[in-house]
Design a protein around this ligand. Structure first.
Ligand code: PLP
Length: 389
């Protein structure tokens, strides 16, 4: 297995050594963060240290960080019609989101289906900002406040959305703004205040933390989404349930490591990804690079070999020692054509053959070499199939 190449960081990144060390140490310590004895206070101190690191990764006050169990829960916490700021009740009447969001966001989470409006993207996968503008003006004109949820970067294509521009326009219409930064956090520099969003979601296992922790960040710490569950007063009453201390501590360690390495890694990983893309395009002109000429994450590549299904492509690469995924592999086993590529207008024949390669903190030059070797071994056979199809 040591010779394998893992190019599926967007599904789950390998756990960073710093996070693994912190996780094991926390697993060995007793204590519930709500208990007042020494062990409880020590668990509380670990949680608060992690909160500071997670907040720092996106440039916010740690008091705004609400720990959850994963990115999906962070999105679900954000996507509610009901908010409170101090004694003010804020009611959002409608959710405006894009056609390329993660599954839970697309379904609106806690918004009723008839109050979710899905906006189109252009052929490069970026939100149609004019359509958003029209929707914001229409709802504001009819006295409805909107919550806008626009992902910072897409999980399948890596395309970066114009979140700062959208936040500015949305606020002019009195709307609130959430961004799902699950794929962007730790991969590009994020300053949530400069982005101008009210809320931002993150997930530990995408940045090299352990699975089991996520965070919804409220840029203004006193902005409170209605809790999902009734229960204890954990997370200042914003998310009931005993905290998953080991996963939270590992999340903090991963966030600290990601922040420390960010400036170098953005460039380093882009060089790896670009070297692979350039070589593949040069050697195999039949491969279609689905997303290129657009602002995108430095780690993600979305390719297709028309005529060969994504599953066949993924299995062939897997047998050759390279782990990649077919479109969105968050819910593994999913095979249907990607809603993201469909929204971009990619023809179904091409979309059905799209695979995603995603690099990350553990990737190196040897991964590019091995991936190229694997493509050289499997592509001639796959291309013969494609021509025969
Ligand atoms: N949002 C995006 C953009 C994602 O890519 C994912 C998972 O891949 C999620 C949310 C959900 O995160 P989690 O797996 O932590 O629930």
């Amino acid at each position: 297995m040591s010779e394998r190449t893992y190019l599926d960081h967007n599904a789950t990144a390998p756990v960073r050594p710093e996070a693994s060390h912190a996780l094991l140490e926390a697993l060995g310590a007793a204590g519930n963060g709500s208990s007042i004895h020494g062990e409880g206070r020590s668990a509380r101190a670990r949680i608060e240290a992690a909160r500071t690191e997670v907040g720092a990764l996106v440039g916010v006050d740690p008091r705004g960080v609400i720990f959850t169990s994963c990115g999906t829960e962070a999105d679900a916490l954000a996507l509610t019609p009901d908010y409170q700021r101090g004694s003010e009740q804020i009611r959002c009447d409608v959710l405006l989101t894009s056609a390329v969001e993660h599954a839970g966001v697309l379904r609106g989470h806690r918004f009723p289906a008839d109050r979710v409006e899905i906006l189109p993207v252009d052929p490069r996968g970026r939100l149609d900002v004019d359509a958003l503008h029209e929707a914001l003006a229409r709802h504001a004109g009819e006295g409805r406040r909107a919550l806008v949820s626009l992902m910072l970067a897409n999980n399948e294509t890596g395309v970066i959305q114009p979140v700062a521009d959208v936040a500015r326009r949305a606020h002019l219409h009195g709307a609130m703004v959430h961004t799902d930064a699950v794929q962007a956090a730790g991969r590009i520099a994020i300053d949530a205040k400069a982005l101008g969003v009210d809320l931002l979601s993150m997930s530990a296992h995408k940045i090299g933390g352990a699975p089991g922790a996520g965070a919804l960040v409220a840029v203004e710490p006193d902005l409170r989404p209605a809790p999902i569950f009734a229960g204890g007063a954990q997370e200042r009453g914003r998310r009931a349930g005993s905290e998953n201390v080991p996963a939270i501590v590992a999340f903090g360690a991963a966030a600290a490591a990601a922040r420390r390495d960010l400036a170098v890694d953005v460039e380093r990983i882009a060089v790896l990804r670009d070297r692979l893309e350039t070589a593949l395009r040069c050697e195999f002109p039949e491969l279609v690079l689905l997303v290129g000429d657009v602002d995108r994450l430095p780690n993600t590549s979305c390719l297709a070999l028309p005529g060969v299904t994504a599953e066949t492509f993924v299995i062939a690469l897997d047998l050759a020692g390279v782990a990649v995924s077919a479109g969105a592999a968050c819910s593994s086993g999913k095979v249907g054509p990607s809603h993201v590529l469909a929204a971009m207008g990619v023809p179904e024949r091409i979309a059905r053959s799209a695979i995603r390669l995603s690099f990350g903190w553990s990737s190196g030059e040897e991964d590019v070499d091995r991936a190229l070797g694997a493509f050289r071994r499997v592509l001639p056979g796959l291309m013969r199939r494609a021509r025969a199809a």
